[in-house]
Design a protein around this ligand. Structure first.
Ligand SMILES: Cc1cc2nc3c(=O)[nH]c(=O)nc-3n(C[C@H](O)[C@H](O)[C@H](O)COP(=O)(O)OP(=O)(O)OC[C@H]3O[C@@H](n4cnc5c(N)ncnc54)[C@H](O)[C@@H]3O)c2cc1C
Length: 566
C-alpha cells in the first residue's frame, strides 16, 4: 500500500504582507512642517515630536489596524427604547470604537489645544490628528467636532467657562449623564435639515424663549453625526432670527432632553461613525452668541472642522500612497518589482507629489489657525481665503488619489483586507460636509469680497517663494491677475469660475510651500506637473502617472517609503 501524500496544492508566492508595524509619523513632509509651523523647540516642539511618534507607532500597529476593522465591520446600532418601552435614544458601539476614541481623547486630539497657551499647540494637535486618522477615519468626526465647538462656544463666555475645560479634558467618559458631572465631554453640531444643508438660513426648527438664556427647540435635523455626544451646537429660528444654541443630551436635573434619534443613516463609508436623523420636541437649549447671529457664531465651528477636513484628506492621500508604495516595492511582475517599471514609478511618484503638497498645505493652514487663535490678524486673513480653497481642492483630490492607489495593488486593492476599499469609501466625505465642493469654492469669493486684505496676505505668502521656480513665478502672476478680476467681478461669471480660482489658489500655495521647504526633486516635479500650465485649469491634466519627461523620481518615491518592523 502506498502512503497518502499530504494535499499540498501550492506555495503562496509573490504576495505582499499587510502594511503593519510601522510608524505613521515616519513622514518627512509632516515632521518638517511640524517643526516649521509649531515654532522653536523651546515652545514644546520636541515633546510634540516624540508624542507624534508614539502615536504614529500605535496608529501603524497590527492591533490598531484590527480595531479599525472591527469598528467598521460592526457599525453602531440605534436603540430607541428600553425593554419596557421607555425611549432611550442611545447608540451602541463596538468596544473597538471606544478604544479608538479613548486613544484620541487621551492624546488631546479633540479640544485640548484651546486651553494650552503654548504657541504651536494647535499645530501639534493637527499633526497628531493627521497621524491618528490614518488608523481609522470615522471616529475623527466627534473628535473634530469637539475641537471645533470651543471657538463657537466662546461667544458665550459663561457657557465656555462651564464646558470648555470638560471638552478639553483628556478623559474619555462615554454615556448619557449630566454634562457638568462627567470627566470629559464631546460635542456635535446640527445644522442640516431636510429642505437644505448648504442654505442653512432655510432652517425651520423653532426656538422659543423659555426664560433667561434658555430656549425650547422644536423641529428636525436631517443629519446629526455622533448623536451620543454630550452637547450639540444647533441652529434654530428664534424670534430675533436664526440663532445658535447649545443643546445638552441630558438636562441638569438628570432627565434626558427631548432629542429623539429617528434612525441612523445607511452610509457609503464612514461606517464606524453614527450619523442620525433627529427630532426635537421642545428640547431645552442655551443661546450662544448674539441673538439672530447664529450663522456668524457657528461659522467658527465650521471653519475649524474645515481645517480637519483638509488634514483628514491629506492623511488619507498619504496613507494611500504609503500602502501603494509598500506593495509596489515587494510585489513583482514580469521579473521585477512593480516600482521598478517606469510607468508604475510615474504613477506612484505622482501620487507622492499630491500627498506632499496636501500635507504641506494642511500643516501651513494649521500654523495659520494657531497664530490666528493667538491674535495674529494677518494669519487670520490668509486663513480666511486659503482655507476654503484648500478644503475644496485637497478634498476633491482625495477620491481620485485613493482610487489610483487602490489600483496599484491590482485586484488585491479592491479587496477589503487591503484597507483601501475603506479609504476609498471614506474619501468623498470631507468634500461633502462642512460645505460641499461648490459651496466651499463660492466661499472663496465671499472671502475676497468681505475680507479684502486676505488676497494681499495670500500673495505675500506665495510670493515668499519668488525666484525659486520660473513656472511658479508665472503661476503667481496669473494668481494675482485672477484674484483682482474675481474681486472686481459681480454676478454669475465669478460664480461660474469659482472652482477654477479655488483650485488655482490651492495649487499655487502648495507649489510655493514645496519650493521653499521640500527637497528640490519634489518641488521640481510638482511645478512641472501642476503649475506649468499657466493658462489651463489648476492641477495635473487627467489621470495620475502622466508626469513630464526628465524628472528625478527616486527621491520623490523615497518620501513615502516607511520601514516596517520585522
Ligand atoms: C455622513 C454625513 C454626516 C453629516 N453630518 C452632519 C452633522 O453632524 N451635522 C450637520 O449639520 N450636517 C451634517 N451633514 C450634512 C452635510 O453638511 C450636508 O449634506 C452638506 O452641507 C450639503 O447640504 P445638503 O445635503 O442639504 O445639500 P444641498 O444644500 O441641497 O446641496 C446639493 C448640492 O448643490 C450644491 N449647491 C448648493 N448651493 C449651490 C449654489 N448656490 N451654487 C452651486 N452649487 C450649489 C452643493 O455644493 C451640493 O453639491 C452630514 C452629511 C453626511 C453625508
Amino acid at each position: 500500500m502506498t502512503q497518502a501524500t499530504p494535499h499540498v496544492t501550492h506555495e503562496v508566492l509573490n504576495q505582499v504582507p499587510p502594511l503593519a508595524g510601522y510608524d505613521v509619523a515616519d513622514d518627512p513632509a509632516l515632521t518638517q512642517a511640524l517643526r516649521q509651523e509649531a515654532g522653536p523647540p523651546e515652545a514644546g516642539q520636541q515633546g510634540w515630536e516624540s508624542e507624534l511618534h508614539e502615536l504614529g507607532v500605535r496608529a501603524g500597529s497590527a492591533e490598531t489596524r484590527e480595531l479599525a476593522r472591527l469598528a467598521n465591520e460592526y457599525p453602531p446600532v440605534l436603540r430607541t427604547h428600553d425593554s419596557r418601552g421607555h425611549r432611550i435614544d442611545e447608540v451602541e458601539f463596538h468596544p473597538a470604537w471606544h478604544e479608538l476614541m479613548a486613544a484620541a481623547v487621551s492624546r488631546g486630539l479633540h479640544a485640548a489645544p484651546w486651553l494650552d497657551d503654548a504657541p504651536g499647540a494647535h499645530v501639534a494637535r493637527a499633526a497628531k490628528f493627521y497621524v491618528w486618522t490614518q488608523a481609522e477615519a470615522g471616529h475623527g468626526c466627534p473628535i473634530s467636532m469637539t475641537y471645533a465647538a470651543v471657538p463657537a462656544l466662546r461667544h458665550e463666555p459663561a457657557l465656555a467657562s462651564r464646558f470648555a475645560p470638560l471638552l478639553a479634558s483628556r478623559a474619555y467618559d462615554p454615556g448619557l449623564r449630566v454634562p457638568d458631572g462627567k470627566a470629559g465631554l464631546l460635542a456635535g453640531m446640527a445644522m442640516t435639515e431636510k429642505q437644505g444643508g448648504s442654505d442653512v438660513r432655510a432652517n425651520t426648527t423653532r426656538a422659543v424663549p423659555a426664560g433667561g438664556d434658555g430656549y425650547l427647540l422644536t423641529g428636525h435635523k436631517w443629519f446629526c453625526s455622533a448623536p451620543m455626544c454630550d452637547l450639540f451646537l444647533v441652529l434654530a429660528q428664534a424670534p430675533e432670527g436664526l440663532g445658535c444654541f447649545l443643546l445638552p443630551r441630558v438636562l441638569p436635573d438628570g432627565t434626558r432632553n427631548s432629542m429623539r434619534i429617528q434612525r441612523l443613516k445607511d452610509k457609503l463609508g464612514n461606517r464606524s461613525n453614527a450619523s442620525s436623523e433627529v427630532e426635537y420636541d421642545a428640547a431645552f437649549a442655551w443661546r450662544v452668541g448674539e441673538p439672530g447671529r447664529g450663522v456668524a457664531t457657528i461659522i467658527e465651528m465650521v471653519s475649524a472642522t474645515r481645517l480637519d477636513c483638509v488634514l483628514g484628506s491629506a492623511a488619507a492621500i498619504r496613507q494611500a500612497c504609503v500602502t501603494a508604495l509598500h506593495y509596489a516595492d515587494i510585489r513583482r511582475s514580469f521579473g521585477a518589482p512593480l516600482v521598478s517599471h517606469p510607468l508604475m514609478a510615474s504613477v506612484l511618484a505622482d501620487l507622492v507629489l499630491e500627498s506632499e503638497a496636501a500635507t504641506a498645505l494642511a500643516m501651513r493652514l494649521a500654523g495659520a489657525a494657531d497664530r490666528a487663535a493667538r491674535g495674529d490678524a494677518d494669519e487670520a486673513a490668509l486663513l480666511r481665503l486659503a482655507l476654503p480653497a484648500a478644503k475644496y481642492w485637497v478634498c476633491k483630490r482625495t477620491p481620485v488619489a485613493t482610487a489610483e492607489a487602490l489600483e496599484c495593488l491590482g485586484g488585491n486593492g479592491y479587496i477589503e483586507e487591503s484597507g483601501l476599499p475603506r479609504l476609498y469609501r471614506d474619501a468623498p466625505l470631507n468634500s461633502v460636509w462642512e460645505g460641499s465642493g461648490n459651496v466651499t469654492a463660492l466661499d472663496v469669493l465671499r472671502a475676497l469680497a468681505r475680507a479684502p486684505g486676505s488676497a494681499d496676505m495670500l500673495l505675500a505668502e506665495t510670493g515668499l517663494a519668488a525666484g525659486g521656480d520660473r513656472r511658479l513665478d508665472a503661476a503667481q502672476e496669473r494668481l494675482g491677475r485672477e484674484l483682482k478680476e474675481a474681486a472686481a467681478a459681480t454676478g454669475t461669471g465669478a460664480q461660474y469660475r469659482a472652482r477654477r480660482l479655488a483650485g488655482l489658489i490651492a495649487v499655487t500655495l502648495q507649489a510655493s510651500l514645496l519650493v521653499r521647504h521640500a527637497p528640490a526633486a519634489v518641488a521640481d516635479a510638482f511645478c512641472a506637473s501642476r503649475v506649468a500650465f499657466a493658462d489651463g485649469p489648476a492641477g495635473p491634466p487627467g489621470a495620475f502617472g502622466m508626469l513630464p519627461d526628465g524628472l528625478d523620481l527616486d527621491p520623490v518615491l523615497g518620501r513615502a517609503r516607511v520601514s516596517v518592523r520585522g
